[in-house]
Every structure is written in C-alpha cells, then in structure tokens.
Design a protein around this ligand. Structure first.
Ligand code: COA
Length: 181
C-alpha cells in the first residue's frame, strides 16, 4: 500500500460491513457513559443487531449502524421489516455526514434482505436528521414486546424507509413481534 492509498482513505471515509460489533466497539465510538443513546428514560429492553456496518478513521471505529429482520403486523398485514438501530458517531466526528454514510451503506444491504421497508426508533430531536436522510415519520400507534410477556407502546418516534420503488406502507397500527431494536 502506498502513501496515496492511506491519504485517500483518511480523506474519504467509507462504510464497511463489520464482522462483529461488541460492547467494546460501541464504547470506542460513544465512550462508556450510562446512556450513550439518550434513551434510558424510556426504560426499554432492546435487541442486539445481527448485521453491522461501520466507518474506521485512523484505526479507530468512529461510526456504526446495525440491522436485523423483525416480524411485524402493520394493520392486518403480517410481514417483516428491517430494523435499524445502534446508529452512532463518535462525538468528535459528528456533523460531517458520517451517520448519513453509514446508514446509507446499511440500507444498501437492507435492500438485499427481503423486507420492503426499514424501520427505526429515535428521540424526537433526531426526527429532522432522519427526514433529511429520506426517512418518513410514522404517526400510528406502535406496540413492542418487553420481557415477561409485556406489550408496551413505543414512547420514541418511529420512522420508516421504503427499500423498493414499489413499496407501500400499509395503513394501521404497528405491532412488533419482538423486543425493539
Ligand atoms: C445522531 C448521530 C448518529 C448523528 O451523527 P452525525 O454524523 O452527526 O450525523 P450526520 O452529520 O451524518 O448528519 C446526517 C444529515 O442530517 C443533517 N442534519 C444533522 N442534524 C440535523 C437536524 N437537526 N435536522 C435536520 N438535518 C440535520 C446533516 O446536515 C446531514 O446531512 P448532509 O449529509 O446532507 O450534510 C450522532 O449525533 C450520535 O451518534 N449521537 C449519539 C447516539 C445517538 O443518539 N444515536 C441515535 C440513535 S437513533
């Protein structure tokens, strides 16, 4: 590898598929604070993601997005969505489009996974950021599973993204047949 390759890669961040994503990887991005995603007050139990995408910068992981398929009902339609979660960018690298890059890379893969739509949950202040990235806020009621057979209303905002040109989000309330991601 010549110098020019290194210079190119540091000037042009690229998102790659990660073979694994551990707690230590998350801490490398966001530190080891109590509530790195700002969602602890919701008191929810979350699912780990199954596929991971990240951006490395100077040998450090600086951004991440995770994916997994989730069974859902949307109104009368039983289907699956690709759940997107764990979106994170190192504090020192925020505001440079890295979340956009890593979410876009994850969605490119999501389009090969089968479901027609991706879905994510976020805090209200992030709705405009995801809208800017092409996501749509969903204003219907969303139920998610929690431990001990509990079913709770999702207190965060739900957003969706079509994964195909002809995708159409059915009308009606949403129920995840799993923990949220
Ligand atoms: C939320 C987070 C991932 C955003 O990362 P980021 O790298 O700063 O985001 P980006 O710079 O890629 O911003 C994405 C786009 O939204 C735009 N944007 C940023 N804030 C915005 C806002 N409040 N309203 C509208 N658009 C906004 C940016 O301009 C950018 O668009 P561009 O690529 O056309 O310039 C980051 O702040 C973070 O890791 N926070 C802590 C963890 C967390 O809360 N994760 C969210 C879990 S849902």
């Amino acid at each position: 590898m010549g110098m020019s390759d290194e210079n190119w890669s540091s000037a042009t961040p690229t998102a790659v598929r990660l073979l694994q994503y551990t707690k230590a990887d998350q801490e490398e991005i966001l530190g080891n604070g109590d509530d790195p995603f700002g969602v602890a007050s919701a008191g929810l139990t979350w699912l780990p993601k199954e596929e991971h995408f990240g951006i490395r910068h100077e040998d450090r992981l600086v951004a991440h997005t995770g994916l997994l398929r989730l069974p859902v009902a949307i109104g009368d339609t039983k289907t699956e969505v690709v759940g997107v979660g764990g979106v994170a960018v190192s504090p020192g690298m925020q505001g440079q489009g890295l979340a956009g890059l890593v979410v876009t890379a994850a969605l490119e893969h999501a389009r090969t996974m089968g479901p027609q739509h991706a879905l994510l949950f976020c805090r209200p202040p992030l709705v405009s950021l995801y809208q800017h990235l092409g996501w749509h806020p969903l204003d219907t009621h969303v139920l998610v599973e929690q431990p001990e057979d509990r079913l709770v209303t999702m207190p965060l905002r739900t957003m969706t993204m079509p994964l195909r040109d002809d995708a159409h989000w059915p009308a009606g309330p949403v129920r995840l047949f799993s923990l949220p991601m």
